[in-house]
Design a binder for this molecule. Sequence first.
Ligand code: SF4
Length: 140
Amino acid sequence: MLVRQINAGRGVVENEFSRVVTRDGNSGGAGLVAQIFDLRESFEWRGLGEVPYSALKIRPAFAEWDAERKFDLHYHQVPDHKQCECGAILRGVKRPSDCKLFGTVCTPESPMGSCMVSNEGACAAHYSYGRFRDIAVVAA
Ligand code: SF4
């Protein structure tokens, strides 16, 4: 779905995939997800911390395809750098360029926080594309 128009400050969502997604969503796909996955009571997201019922796990009926069980994997916390602002950035409170480490100590080649690790991360995307827009705004 795409936001196609801005109407009195409110976005209007227009379904560009109406052949497969009805107004009620993709009920076939949602049914399959519900059949195979269950909600975890809690999950720790890097930069955000614990968020209740925010992640999925494979149901016991499909345990033979569950890598966590099969390989006895356990979660290990990987703390971000103490000055990392990922949590505030992910909540929309700060911008990547508000972080003192952005573009100096922390770059996609040498990430200090989860937002810079993958190219979909807010800081990595801003590093690759958004910072040039910032420069244009300052120069204007
Ligand atoms: S620039 Fe790096 S250290 Fe700063 S918020 Fe982003 S990921 Fe964290």
